[in-house]
Each structure stands twice: as C-alpha cells, then as structure tokens.
Design a protein around this ligand. Structure first.
Ligand SMILES: [Zn+2]
Length: 125
C-alpha cells in the first residue's frame, strides 16, 4: 500500500511562525500537494519548474479574501524554501501589485518581503 510521505513538523512550525510574526493582509491557507497544477501559477511559470504557488482570492459578499499557498511535498528544506518564497508574495501583495498581468511578480516589493521572511525564519531556527 502506498502512503503519502510524511510532512516534517518543522514545516508546520514555519507556517505558524510566519502567520504569527509576519501577518499578511488576509488569511493565508497552506496546503501540501503531490504536484502542482496550472492553477495559481503566474504567466511564464512552468508547472514542472516550481515547487510552490500562491494565489489570492478576492473577497466576495460571502467571505473575506484569502491567500492560498500550495507546496509540493518533498524534503523538509525544499518545502520550507518554497513556503518562504510563496509567503513573501502574501506580504508583498497589494491591490496594485496584484493586477492580473503584473509583470513584476518578483519585483522590489516581493524582494523586501522575502528578505524579511528569511531573516525571521533564520532568527527562530
Ligand atoms: Zn514567487
């Protein structure tokens, strides 16, 4: 019988730390997946070449907006690296930044957020 690979508890610790220490403007949902589908990928991103994705779902009359991060299950350090990358998108997000055809998805706002995220994580490890 096949069993899903166990996800390291350190991965879940990273999620809790990020949510607590660097809260995003909207709730961040994180799930682990066997592999990514095209959903959530940005233009030019290749499904086979990326280990995570981040998508924003705007608020509707029935629910608040939220971010969805998907991380491909694999070795702990690879999963955490992907999480830090994707969580940075949640922090860098703005109404302007989130324009559908944003060519600057890894622009300066994201770079600053990524630096913050990496520094936070190194500080707690
Ligand atoms: Zn990214």
């Amino acid at each position: 019988m096949l069993t899903a690979p166990r996800v390291s508890p350190v991965f879940y610790q990273a999620i809790r730390c990020l949510r607590k220490k660097l809260p995003a403007a909207y709730p961040v949902r994180v799930r682990t997946v066997e592999k990514l589908t095209g959903r959530g990928l940005q233009d030019g991103e290749n499904v086979g070449a990326t280990l995570g994705s981040c998508r924003f779902s705007p608020a509707t009359s029935k629910k608040t907006g939220y971010f969805s991060i998907s991380i491909v299950r694999g070795p702990e350090t690879v999963m955490i690296d992907a999480l830090l990358e994707e969580f940075s998108h949640c922090l860098a997000w703005s109404h302007r930044h989130d324009a559908e055809d944003n060519p600057n998805w890894h622009g300066p706002e994201w770079g600053v957020a990524y630096a913050e995220v990496v520094r936070m994580w190194r500080g707690v490890k």
